[in-house]
Design a protein around this ligand. Structure first.
Ligand SMILES: Cc1cc2nc3c(=O)[nH]c(=O)nc-3n(C[C@H](O)[C@H](O)[C@H](O)COP(=O)(O)OP(=O)(O)OC[C@H]3O[C@@H](n4cnc5c(N)ncnc54)[C@H](O)[C@@H]3O)c2cc1C
Length: 373
């Protein structure tokens, strides 16, 4: 018999992963409520390669490093749950640098990090013909560090699969905007849903989700846009390309290239496509793969990232209302660390311990507890 009612608000990578693991427990009644608007996970490019970032924050690195490695566990769990077509693949990643001196510096950093992060895998510095072997139409004077362990994931496909499994495992999925009420209830329209424990995995909308209970949250939204180009290239085994600046080119099966993304502050929750920015990104990619000129933009995507003021994600229980768990602030690496965060939230509800120290990501530093009148 189902004993405990768990509600999850937000069907992005965090909420959907948590719902997947929780719905495996026959004693829990799982309800996932998602509005879907601005969903960053479905907009994301899908690069899972955090190791060569210049960012020095250790807490961030620990989380994304663990997050990237967790993809292997998640894929195994999805396979065991019956999935055949997995949305994640390690095809390697190329990180480009304009100058040889920067390339050498990056290669040194990668070697050092591989000691702590063996998933980085084989490393190479590639140039000219060697680069063209991995991506034949590539034309650039630049060199790149190649990391074999880099991966790509189709965020939309992963969400569809997780949510399908949630339903197969007896969970309920509701499409709509949820409102948190004070008496351990949530409303969607006129319908009320009681809960014993709740996860607010609402991405950039966590301030709005907690506002009815009187909390303020250190989160701002950032708009991100990208484009897809359907080509006739055989992209199946191409590695991901992280170019300098904001642009990445991420190849998927069947000739699809995902190119992006923008990082636009001060745009709030705007979801309109800016054609000029889309064309600029395409031109940047074309300067690396000139043959791209022959192809039109086939799709555009827009999503809203969530950032804290120190750019670190947070997650866990609210100290003054422990039946409420939250996660937000995943920024531009949330597809990498999101599944691991969702899994940890599920473990917390299941009363299971694990050996990852989540203290640096405590929500207390980002959520101001309401004052009692
Ligand atoms: C263009 C772009 C490219 C990116 N590329 C990468 C990448 O290559 N690699 C990487 O690691 N990361 C990438 N990211 C970042 C990553 O996508 C996000 O950090 C991550 O997906 C956030 O996941 P989330 O579950 O926290 O939130 P989201 O995926 O945003 O999900 C939150 C969901 O909650 C719903 N919601 C909010 N409030 C309510 C409510 N009251 N009721 C019901 N539903 C509600 C929203 O509609 C949304 O569906 C990218 C992001 C963008 C925008």
């Amino acid at each position: 018999m189902k004993q405990k009612k768990i509600i999850i608000i937000g069907g992005g990578i965090v909420g959907s992963t948590a719902a997947f693991y929780l719905s495996q427990n026959p004693h829990l009644q799982i309800t996932l409520i998602d509005e879907g608007k601005g969903n960053a996970t479905r907009a994301a490019a899908g690069i899972i390669c955090p190791w060569l970032s210049q960012r020095r924050n250790q807490a961030w690195y620990q989380l994304v490093d663990k997050g990237a490695a967790f993809y292997l566990d998640l894929m195994q769990d999805l396979q065991e749950a019956g999935l055949e077509q997995l949305p994640y693949k390690q095809t390697g990643t190329l990180v480009f640098k304009k100058k040889d001196s920067l390339l050498e510096k990056l290669a040194k950093l990668a070697q050092e990090r591989r000691i702590q992060s063996p998933m980085i895998g084989e490393l190479d510095v590639l140039k000219g013909r060697d680069l063209a072997q991995s991506i034949p139409p590539l034309e650039t004077e630049q060199g790149a560090v190649f990391t074999r362990g880099g991966g790509r994931v189709d965020g939309g496909q992963l969400l569809d699969q997780l949510q399908k499994l949630v339903e197969q495992q007896g969970g309920l999925i509701i499409k709509g905007q949820a409102q948190l009420l004070s008496n351990k209830q949530v409303s969607v329209g006129t319908q009320l849903y009681p809960y014993d424990e709740i996860i607010l995995a609402t991405g950039a909308w966590l301030p709005q989700a907690l506002q009815p209970l009187g909390y303020t949250v250190d989160i701002v939204p950032q708009k991100g846009q990208l484009l897809e180009v359907q080509t006739a290239f055989n992209t199946d085994t191409w590695p991901g390309c992280m170019l300098h600046g904001e642009i990445d080119i991420l190849p998927f099966e069947g000739g699809k290239l995902v190119i992006g993304a923008t990082h636009e502050n001060n745009q709030g929750f705007d979801l309109t496509v800016d054609e000029e920015k889309i064309q600029q990104m395409k031109e940047m990619a074309t300067s690396f793969i000139p043959d791209l000129e022959r192809y039109q933009v086939s799709h555009t995507r827009v999503g809203t990232r969530a950032y804290t003021s120190d750019f670190l994600p947070f997650y866990g229980r609210l100290s003054d209302q422990p039946s409420i768990l939250v996660a937000s602030g995943l920024g531009s690496s949330g597809l990498t660390c999101g599944p691991f965060i969702g899994w940890q939230l599920a473990q917390s509800i299941l009363g299971r311990t694990h050996d990852f120290d989540a203290t640096p990501y405590s929500p207390a530093a980002y959520i101001t507890i309401k004052q009692n009148d």
